[in-house]
Write a protein that binds this ligand. Structure first.
Ligand code: PLP
Length: 387
């Protein structure tokens, strides 16, 4: 029977986050800090633009690349907000979320046996998608470098098979951004060894302690950068399935070939609404960012009060708590917390074995629930740690 399915696929375990979701679905009265999703509804102006577009009968396919006007707005937005310059005609395509962007970027560059350097812990999709594209994952453990990938450690993993490095800043699950100096160092390595860098910047709008540096804004970066971003997090549009991929023309041509066969185009309603998002809703993004920042501050303060520490929490909406002082492993901690205190978190190990001893809490939940959840976590750890 197993011969009827892909061997690579069968060797990939199901997502550890999903497993916890399933447990939570069955539980009652729990506060979930599990799901990595904004608690905001998409801003009204964006929803209204979508409704209007459907009313006008805009229900067709678009060009494979996506609507020209949406791409132009993305190009202007990237220049204005992140000093990243991409030509909307040749260097940007719209995808079904960043998820599809990662998949087609990998498929466009990998040959069987090529290696990709992946700093871990990492977002869950990279490793399976690398393997499904015939690539080999070479991890570097960031847990001993404050969850920031160090250029020297990346360079140590490079072989003649290395094709690319994946960066995600701010990061899921850690909430940590890569400082400009490290980014520059990693870029120099990519230039020296002629590698691509897949830069997942989906949380770029959600940073709290200083300006964000997009890899694509650094001098000489464009030839090596495959920029991935989208609307899910910053614009609270997870269900609309819209992202984009920006890169050199020769890369975009190839990525487009995969996209046109496997997806055809991104949803037209989402593409149309995105024009309104980019042209009229930056203030909504900024107020959501402020709200997340207040919640981040609350979590960091509570964790300190508990006598625990976390990864540098300067971005995204995750707090990655070091629970090793409790003597519990990540999975036992998460399961017992769910059973005893009815708070759902994700064990760090869902993001790589290197994250044993950590749990991920998503703080995109309302302040009173968040505060209650932190109190419950505090109660849970109280008798387990020596401060
Ligand atoms: N990249 C990162 C780092 C994420 O955290 C997520 C979703 O959680 C995605 C990509 C997927 O985003 P999208 O909804 O655009 O497919």
């Amino acid at each position: 029977m197993n011969d009827r399915f892909s061997k690579i696929l069968d060797s990939i375990p199901p997502s550890g986050i999903r497993r916890f979701f399933d447990l939570v679905l069955d539980a009652k009265d729990i506060i979930s800090l599990g799901v990595g999703e904004p608690d905001f509804i998409t801003p009204w102006k964006i929803r209204s633009a979508a409704i209007h577009s459907i009313e006008k009968g805009q229900t067709t396919y678009t060009s494979n690349k996506g609507l020209e006007q949406t791409r132009k707005c993305i190009s202007d937005y990237l220049t204005k907000r992140f000093k990243a310059n991409y030509d909307y005609k040749e260097e940007i395509i719209l995808t079904n979320g960043v998820s599809e962007g990662v998949d087609i970027a990998l498929r466009a560059i990998l040959n069987p046996g090529d290696e990709i350097i992946l700093p871990v812990p990492s977002y869950v999709c990279y490793s399976p998608l690398i393997r499904l594209s015939g690539g080999i994952v070479k991890t570097i453990d960031t847990s001993h470098t404050n969850f920031i990938p160090e250029p020297t450690e990346i360079e140590r993993e490079i072989t003649d098979k290395t094709k690319a490095i994946i960066l995600c800043s701010p990061n899921n699950p850690t909430g940590t951004s890569i400082p400009k100096e490290q980014l520059k160092g990693i870029l120099e390595i990519a230039k020296k060894h002629n590698l691509w860098i897949l830069s997942d910047e989906i949380y770029a709008e959600l940073t709290y302690d200083g300006p964000y540096t997009s890899l694509a804004s650094l001098p000489g970066a464009k030839d090596h950068t495959l920029l991935l971003s989208g609307f899910s997090k910053a614009f609270a549009m997870t269900g609309w399935r819209l992202g984009y991929l920006a890169g050199p023309q020769e890369f975009i041509k190839r990525a487009l070939k995969i996209h046109q066969y496997s997806a055809l185009c991104a949803p037209i309603t989402a593409q149309t609404a995105a024009i309104t998002a980019l042209t009229s809703c930056i203030s909504d993004v900024e107020s959501m960012q402020e709200s997340y920042k207040a919640r981040r501050n609350l979590c960091v303060a509570k964790i300190k009060e508990m006598g625990l520490t976390c990864a540098p929490a300067d971005g995204a909406f995750y707090i990655f708590i070091d629970i090793r002082k409790t003597g519990l492993d990540s999975e036992t901690f998460a399961l017992n917390l769910l059973n005893e205190k009815k708070v759902a978190v994700v064990p760090g190990t869902a993001f790589g074995k290197e994250a044993e001893g950590y749990i991920r809490c998503c703080y995109a939940t309302n302040l009173s629930d968040l505060s209650e959840a932190m109190n419950r976590i505090s109660d849970f750890v109280k008798n387990k740690i020596n401060k």
